[in-house]
Design a protein around this ligand. Structure first.
Ligand code: GUN
Length: 301
């Protein structure tokens, strides 16, 4: 059996960014510049990196981009007031409040205060509902599953496969990935199973999958023996695990692995996403795509 087709997240994400930049130029020519506002509360280093990367991507797409950085002790009322001002700002089409928020803030209350039309994360219950009733043209879809879906389409193209009628198994039932991923696969006429930590005989369930999506946050949990020969395997996990030796500063090295044992899976699958360089590259690209989409809808374009 030959090795699986490797889905290159960087190349696919770069293609999405190019399309967004070109769509932005067309919208700007009509007098509308897409705007993305990010909100970061506190100084969590990982969140700072993510929010910085989102701002940079927004600028590279030709958006108006603004970052609001607030101290960790910011009160909920102040945060709600900031969101209200961004809701009312016609230059802002997308609002992203970086998670996690500090413990004293009611995160669902803040996310639900975002105008659903500007909710480029797709976390607002209105967008969750629109996705679940199949109103894709009105919903904003969470970025990671939307990006995974594009990779699945690329895999189908490469393998000459079609999705309708296929068995899709999603391991993980989070609101951010597992559940919206299931809705997307269902909208593409797959037969969908959502497996999770209480699923009986998970390897057997996974082996049914023509499309297997792993989104559990367990390093290399999905083994090669769980993969049906020729399946499309999408690994959403990003887990940092101990590596070998010491880095330049004398600290133990770490490395990133997915939820799938990559080398094993690649020997069996038809197509597979690597970690790093797979689905992770797609999330920010889809955030840009959602922001352009929100701006186009606001402009009636
Ligand atoms: N924190 C980690 N991932 C995300 C994301 O996709 N959106 C937001 N808002 N916060 C996050």
């Amino acid at each position: 059996m030959s090795e699986a087709y490797v889905l290159d997240g960087k190349a696919i994400a770069d293609g999405v960014i190019e399309e967004v930049a070109s769509g932005t130029r067309a919208l700007v020519a009509r007098g509308v510049k897409p705007g993305l506002a990010t909100v970061l509360v506190g100084a969590d280093p990982a969140s700072q990196v993510y929010v910085g990367a989102k701002g940079k991507a927004a600028e590279s797409c030709g958006f108006y981009s603004v970052q609001h950085t607030l101290p960790a002790n910011t009160g909920e009322a102040e945060l709600l007031a900031l969101v209200a001002s961004l809701n009312a700002d016609p230059a802002v089409h997308g609002i992203l409040v970086q998670l996690p928020l500090p413990g004293h803030v009611n995160a669902p209350r803040v996310l639900e205060s975002i105008d659903p039309r500007k909710d480029v994360d797709g976390f607002h219950p209105v967008n969750v509902g629109l996705l679940s009733i199949g109103e894709m043209g009105r919903a904003l879809i969470p970025c990671t599953p939307a990006g995974a879906m594009i990779m699945i389409d690329k895999a189908c193209e490469a393998l000459g496969a079609t999705l309708a009628g296929k068995e899709a198994v999603i391991i993980g039932r989070s609101n951010i990935v597992g559940k919206p991923m299931a809705q997307l696969m269902l909208s593409r006429n797959c037969t969908v199973t959502i497996a999770h930590s209480r699923t009986r005989d998970l390897p057997e369930v996974a082996q049914r999958a023509d499309i297997l999506v792993a989104a559990v946050g367990q390093p290399e949990m999905v083994r090669g023996s769980w993969v049906k020969p020729g399946a499309i395997v999408i690994d959403v996990g990003i887990n940092r695990v101990p590596g070998e030796g010491l880095d330049d500063a004398g600290k133990p090295k770490t490395r990133l692995v997915g939820d799938v044992a990559y080398a094993e899976a690649a020997r069996v699958a038809g197509a597979v996403t690597p970690v790093p360089g797979g689905v992770g590259r797609m999330t920010i690209a889809m955030l840009m795509a959602n922001t352009l989409e929100a701006a186009k809808r606001a402009a009636g374009a």
